[in-house]
Design a protein around this ligand. Structure first.
Ligand SMILES: [Zn+2]
Length: 264
């Protein structure tokens, strides 16, 4: 699968749902979320005390919490990668999916990884880190969509998707289990539909990818919209979209050459 990172500024996600699973750097090896991974995300871990420090701002946060937006970075085979599925081996550091933290991270990243790798000196400028994050989020979102499809938890195409979106929400759905729509960036007409506008006002729409790439992920020629009905996959998709937005913002801020104070 070779998805180019689509424009990912969805601007719609306020979700802080978090289904990061797995212990930090230990435990049984699990399949990671590549383009072909099939398992749904793990439910939130009950484990407490998994406090990790953001290398950007220094804040400590429990990565087992749903509200956590800490992302794990590891060096794998000499490459700096975001371990968004939480299954990668290796020593990792954490950074918030926030533009400020992504912008501040590179210098400390160099220090953290230099202690552990004697030869690899990654170029981890802020723009690069943002781009890495956007690409990683895009790959993970693709894997999540494929997983949802295998679980038969996706309504594909306008008719099916708008039908799902048009139904009144049940009591549980009104809170968090509501279906999540993914609308291709180049699907303007469906994006203007009443059902999508209403769902967007409820924070249940992500604008992502394009019709051809969505189609490729979902086994169709082109797909303008799909609706994910799997709660934890939907939550993870929102999280990835929000993280990608932070990555885009970090790239833009870095390109603008903004000089931020080291601490506030
Ligand atoms: Zn931070």
């Amino acid at each position: 699968m070779s998805l180019t990172p689509p424009p990912l500024r969805s601007g719609s996600v306020a979700a802080r749902d978090f289904t990061h699973g797995g212990p930090f750097g230990s435990g049984p090896k699990r399949q990671t979320w590549g383009g072909s991974a099939a398992a749904p995300p793990k439910p939130p871990s009950k484990a407490n005390g998994r406090m990790r420090t953001c290398i950007g701002c220094g804040e400590r946060q429990n990565v087992g919490r749903q509200a956590s937006d800490l992302l794990r970075l590891v060096v794998a085979e000499g490459q700096l990668v975001f371990d968004l599925a939480g299954g990668a081996f290796g020593r990792g550091v954490h950074v918030h999916a926030r533009p400020d933290c992504l912008l501040r991270a590179p210098r400390k990243l160099m220090r953290a990884f230099d202690r552990n790798s004697d030869n690899q000196r990654e170029d981890v400028g802020a723009a690069n880190l943002g781009a890495l994050l956007v690409a990683a989020c895009s790959r993970r979102m693709a894997g999540l969509l494929i997983a949802a499809r295998r679980l038969d938890a996706v309504a594909i195409g306008s008719d099916a998707a708008l039908s799902v979106l048009g139904r009144p929400l049940g009591a549980s759905e009104a809170t968090k289990a509501a279906p999540l729509a993914i609308v291709a960036i180049d699907a303007a007409s469906v994006a203007r539909s009443v059902e999508v506008m209403r769902a967007a006002s409820q924070g249940r729409v992500l604008a992502w990818s394009n019709r051809n790439e969505l189609g490729a992920l979902l086994g169709e020629v082109a797909v303008a919209i799909c609706v994910v009905r799997h709660e934890s996959i939907a939550a993870e998709l929102k999280k990835m979209s929000a993280a990608a937005d932070a990555g885009v913002a970090a790239m833009e801020d870095s390109a603008a050459g903004s000089r931020r104070p080291e601490a506030r």
